[in-house]
Design a protein around this ligand. Sequence first.
Ligand code: TYM
Length: 334
Amino acid sequence: MSEISNKRIYSAIQPTGMLTLGNYLGALRRFPALQDDNDCLFCIANMHSLTVRQDPEQLRERIYSLLSLYLAVGLDPEKSILYLQSQVHEHAELSWILNCYTYLGELSRMTQFKDKSSRHADNINAGLFTYPVLMAADILLYRSDVVPIGDDQKQHLEMARDIAERFNKVYGDTFVVPQPFISRQGARIMSLQEPDKKMSKSDTNVNNFILITEPREVIMKKFKKAVTDSEAEVRFDPEHKPGVSNLMNIYGAVKELSSEEVENVFRGARYGDFKMAVGEAVADALEPVRERYEALVSDRALLDKVLKTGSEKASEIARGVLADVYGKVGFPRG
Ligand code: TYM
């Protein structure tokens, strides 16, 4: 049995670039264990992806890629609802309503907005600013109880909770106030070359990240190059030893060991051997996922069918909740 049962679980990933080890350890890998004892929805957040410029053909491909990864890690469309955000129009509709219950001040405090607007200074669009409102709409539209995410999405989740509480206060119980579900290990995987920043799929330096679909040789090469420090001790100390601590965190997340247990495994080990062991552990974990992914990604008929069924199931829930919200705010039912 999973850690959580009898809940509605909701999470989403953007189909922007290939997914990294950070996405895998912080989110994706944790999804399948939840689907047996809960009612799960896993969304492909393509509407969120438009907040930065996308090539249409590439975006379309990446939707299939992400769906294939969902299936490759073991999500089962018979047990979980796997769907595409833009195919359920209620997301956009609820998002508009929630926009009217969200303040500019709270949006401007979002660290991801500050970060993304400095990286895309030529395209600080309104969507980038109101992005957390769409995310709140995603979650609240299904009356989700629990949201498995990495640490970087915690602030957005808190905002979704605030919006839900604010709306409920005005109109009576309408939304479930969702809880974040963040793992202890792997919640924040850092860059391999610059361990003071998050591992991100949009990074320009390819040595900073590991992609889920990368072959073993590439993974090993990147771990070999990973930054450590001038000491020679595998010790968990994120402030003074960010590189080594990040590698320990990765190893611990993959092997499900605490940082003390990881310290014990590598007591007295040389950095070179330690880095190779982390690389091997990651490559071993990702290899079966990559193999299943490759077998699935070109089966467009299957993928389209999964999306169609998933979107129909998601729409059915979304329709009911949106009708309730429309009724509450005073929009006549059609
Ligand atoms: P996205 O697509 O950036 O990332 C998907 C998931 O991966 C986690 N993650 C990480 N975890 C650990 N270490 C990292 N370096 C790392 N990088 C990413 C993220 O925390 C996330 O869980 N706004 C969301 C997508 C979204 C969503 C939602 C999530 C849209 N609607 C509703 C939950 C519920 C995002 O951009 O995630």
